[in-house]
Design a protein around this ligand. Structure first.
Ligand SMILES: [Zn+2]
Length: 310
C-alpha cells in the first residue's frame, strides 16, 4: 500500500489542511462577477468560468522547498509568500451534443473567496440545467463541494463522472484511521457529497471517453485517483486539474513536494510526464489553479519548464 506509507510521512497534511480549515471563515462578501474566458478548440467550444480563488501560504503549498529558492519563485510569479491566491478555474466543454463541466468548485461551505461558479454561470447566461455531464478531477473540497446547494444538486440533469480509483479511495471506511485528523473534514465532505451523486455516478479510468474526442487521462498522485481530460483537435488540449498545481512553481520545480499531494512521489512522476509530453507535443493546457483563466502552453526552460499563458 504505497500511498499509505507515503501518507504517514505527509507532515504537510497537518499544517496544510489546518491552514485551509482556518481560512474557512463564516462570512461572505459582495462579489463582482468574472466573465467567462471563451475560445474554440477543434470542434469544441470552451469556456473557462471562475469559481473565485483560495488563499494559502507558500510554505504550506511547498513545505519542503528551500526557503530562499521558494521566495525567488514566489516573487517571479508576482505573488506574496504569505498569501498565495490560487485561482479556481472551471472548464466547460460544449461538444455540440454535450455540455461538460470539469469540476464543480467549492460551493458555500469551504472558503469565502471561492464558490462563485453559480454566480458566474448566471452572469454568463449559462444555464446549469443544460449541463449534461460533470467530471470531477478529484474529490478535494475546492473541486467537489460545489456540486450541491444544501441537498439540492446544482446540475440536476447531469451524469457525474469520477475516477474509479478516486471513488475507492474516499469510500474506504478506514480512511480516518489512515489520514491525520486535520484532513478529516475533507473525508467528511467527500463522503457527504459523493453520497449525493451515488446513484448517478459513472466510475471512469484512463482511456475512457466522456464524449467523442474527450478522453480520461490518468494523472494520479495529487490524489490516488486524480484524472485529467484530454481533448482532440489541433495539438491537443489537456484539462490538467491539480496534476500541475502552480503556474510558476510546478513548472520550474516539478520535483518539489506539493503540500496537498496525497502520494507525493507519484505526483512528481505525473508532473514530469505531463510537462514533458505537453512541451513536446505543444499541447494546450488548462490549469485549475493557474492565474485565471489558466490557459497556455509548456516550454522547456533550463533543466525544467515554464508556463506560457495563451
Ligand atoms: Zn484544487
Amino acid at each position: 500500500m504505497r500511498h499509505f506509507d507515503d501518507l504517514d510521512r505527509r507532515r504537510f497534511l497537518l499544517t496544510g489542511a489546518a491552514g485551509l480549515a482556518a481560512a474557512a471563515l463564516p462570512f461572505r462578501f459582495a462579489y463582482a462577477a468574472t466573465p467567462p474566458h471563451r475560445f474554440e478548440h477543434g470542434t469544441f467550444k470552451i469556456a473557462v468560468v471562475s469559481d473565485g480563488f483560495l488563499k494559502v501560504p507558500a510554505n504550506v503549498l511547498l513545505p519542503d522547498a528551500p526557503k530562499d529558492e521558494l521566495a525567488a519563485q514566489v516573487k517571479a510569479a508576482g505573488e506574496s509568500p504569505d498569501d498565495l491566491k490560487p485561482a479556481t478555474n472551471i472548464t466547460l466543454i460544449d461538444t455540440g451534443s454535450d455540455l461538460i463541466l470539469v469540476d464543480a468548485g467549492s460551493g458555500q461551505n469551504f472558503v469565502p473567496s471561492a464558490g462563485k461558479l453559480s454566480e458566474n454561470l448566471k452572469e454568463a447566461g449559462i444555464d446549469p440545467v443544460k449541463i449534461t455531464k460533470v467530471v470531477f478531477t478529484h474529490a478535494h473540497p475546492d473541486h467537489l463541494w460545489g456540486l450541491a446547494d444544501g441537498d439540492t444538486l446544482r446540475f440536476p440533469n447531469a451524469d457525474f463522472h469520477v475516477g474509479a480509483a478516486e471513488w475507492k479511495f474516499w469510500s474506504d471506511g478506514d480512511l480516518k484511521q489512515k489520514l491525520p485528523e486535520p484532513m478529516h473534514f475533507m473525508i467528511n465532505g467527500a463522503a457527504e457529497n459523493l453520497a449525493r451523486i451515488q446513484t448517478r455516478v459513472k466510475q471512469v479510468k484512463g482511456g475512457d471517453e466522456i464524449a467523442t474526442g474527450v478522453q480520461v487521462l490518468d494523472t494520479p498522485g495529487h490524489t490516488p485517483g486524480h484524472i485529467s481530460l484530454q481533448l482532440t483537435g489541433g495539438d491537443g488540449l489537456i484539462v490538467v486539474g491539480d496534476a500541475l498545481g502552480h503556474a510558476q512553481i510546478s513548472f520550474s520545480h516539478p520535483e518539489w513536494r506539493h503540500g496537498f499531494d496525497t502520494v507525493s512521489g507519484l505526483a512528481v512522476e505525473t508532473r514530469r510526464a505531463l510537462l514533458d509530453r505537453a512541451a513536446k507535443e505543444k499541447t494546450k493546457l488548462i490549469g485549475y489553479h493557474f492565474p485565471y483563466p489558466g490557459v497556455g502552453f509548456v516550454e522547456r526552460k533550463d533543466t525544467a519548464y515554464r508556463f506560457l499563458p495563451a
